[in-house]
Design a binder for this molecule. Structure first.
Ligand SMILES: [Zn+2]
Ligand SMILES: [Zn+2]
Length: 243
């Protein structure tokens, strides 16, 4: 750190605590350089959209019974679950990691720690809903980034954590866009009394499933749920025959 009392020959020009580059004349009292601050601001700006995309993908991975209209109660996910996505959108994922940064900035910058409350009850942080908490944390961090960059001594570790969070979310979303298809079970349609049983496939970015053998289409999420019910019925029937 910058130590004005050090002898001139030992004096080291202060550096950015995040990237180690020497600070400019007009930056020397800052903790991190302006380019590091700008990159962090851009990453914070992109995080809400990345998180929203992962959150809607995660809804498809949690199975037909999770929320929404009542269904047959099938627990089978509409697309195969991916742990990286589910971990990021869970209460302990992006939301908790952003909250840890927000809390440390609040302490460092002398801001009040927000208690999560509905005005009657006080909630533990893990009970708040990531989909609403994430944009709130990001809004706070964007507003306070400049002050943290100026005066919060440990801001570099948070800059690094935001870089990691952004990279993890970007990678998970990119993975989702990969053109690979996922298998979504066998076609449950009966033609002339015989089950079609062709392997159905889907891509997560397009909610249309079309059977290559009998041509039946399931065009949207509601239709996917019907498909799952039909598949469950076929399985139950097969189990009944076998018993
Ligand atoms: Zn820097
Ligand atoms: Zn078919």
């Amino acid at each position: 750190m910058h130590n004005p009392a050090a002898p001139a020959d030992e004096y080291e020009w202060p550096t950015c605590t995040a990237c180690n580059k020497q600070l400019w004349d007009d930056e020397y009292q800052r903790q991190i350089c302006r380019p590091c601050e700008d990159k962090t601001r851009n990453r914070l700006g992109e995080l809400p959209d990345l998180f929203a995309q992962l959150n809607s993908t995660a809804a498809l991975m949690r199975g037909a019974s999770g929320g929404g209209a009542p269904t047959s109660g099938s627990k089978t996910p509409l697309i195969p679950p991916r742990l990286d996505v589910l971990n990021l959108v869970a209460a302990g994922g992006v939301a908790a990691r952003l909250q840890a940064i927000e809390d440390s900035w609040r302490v460092a910058l002398g801001r009040r720690i927000e208690h999560r409350t509905d005005r009657v009850r006080l909630f533990a942080s893990w009970r708040s809903h990531p989909a609403t908490a994430v944009p709130e944390h990001i809004a706070f961090l964007k507003i306070n980034l400049q002050r943290a960059a100026d005066s919060y001594e440990s801001v570099a570790q948070d800059v690094e954590e935001i870089r990691r969070l952004h990279a993890e979310c970007t990678a998970a979303v990119a993975n989702e866009r990969r053109p690979g298809r996922v298998q979504t079970g066998l076609c449950p349609i009966r033609i002339d009394g015989r089950l079609c049983r062709a392997q159905l496939t889907a891509v997560a970015t397009n909610h249309r499933i079309r059977c290559g053998q009998c041509g039946t289409e399931w065009a949207d999420l509601g239709a996917w749920r019907d498909l799952r019910q039909q598949q469950d019925a076929v399985l139950a029937e097969a189990a009944g025959v076998a018993a």
